[in-house]
Write a protein that binds this ligand. Sequence first.
Ligand code: SF4
Length: 306
Amino acid sequence: MVRKWIDYKTEAWVQWCPGCGDFGILNAIYRALAELDIDPSKLVIVGGIGCSSRSVYYIKANAIHTIHGRAIPVASGVKLANPELTVVVTGGDGDLLGIGGGHFVALGRRNIDMTVVVYDNGVYGLTKGQAGPTLPVWLKTKALPHPNIQGSVNPLLLAFAAGYTFIARGYAFHLNQLKDLIKAAIQHRGAAVVDVLQPCPTYNDIMTNEWYEKRIYYLSEDSSWDPVVRSPQELKEKAPKILEKMMEFEDRIPLGIFYQNTYMETLEERLEKLMPGYLSSPPGRRPVTKPLAHPFELFKDKVVQV
Ligand code: SF4
């Protein structure tokens, strides 16, 4: 069966403001899922709290709307219980990089095979436009009584430092390019993050569609750009250029795949080394005959010393 994007759309009424970048991101996710022909019964979407986290209601999948900042640990538990599932986290920059910042770092360290889509608009839209973690210093968006006096987090640099093995940035209203980035992130083996720049026309009156369109360009315009790293040596050679591009966020803002590490092992592969049989018979696919024990209990006769 070949699925169409509409097969992933639920009947729920989409509660976002007119012109919100969330619409573009949601549509790109629908199209990426359709092109990958992912079975909705094997797809898990996890959201935290915020406008963007409401995406869990709009995508036909197993959906979990969890608490503020905790989408990544919940999604990690789902994926480790059953590694066959495709797991996608949707959340805002506030949810994932502010309240959930520690969990964002932990996923990079673990390199669990799942995808995080950051709806990055620089504000806490759901709670009336406070400064979010990615809002540049000294910007005064319309809900702020004073300019923002906090420095901003660079999601790409944070992801690189934490250990994510796929790092990309897209723009909410470039549907085709964003769809391709989300597809590549889902297909990647390991922790993937797609930071999506998106206008919030209700509260961020500075970083508007026009503001972004004047600045954004694609890394792929340079035909020599190759973000794939296949060995520690290649990482050392390519890191300076990758970091330079990740830091560029002023008059010019690059989009595309910044980094893809194909050699780093995932947490699932490490668990398989520690507990042989984990991947072929993970906890989530075993019959529950008694209250679940600690995972090590399930494999106690098999745990090996490494
Ligand atoms: Fe979108 Fe901003 Fe409205 Fe939230 S407040 S739905 S982010 S436009």
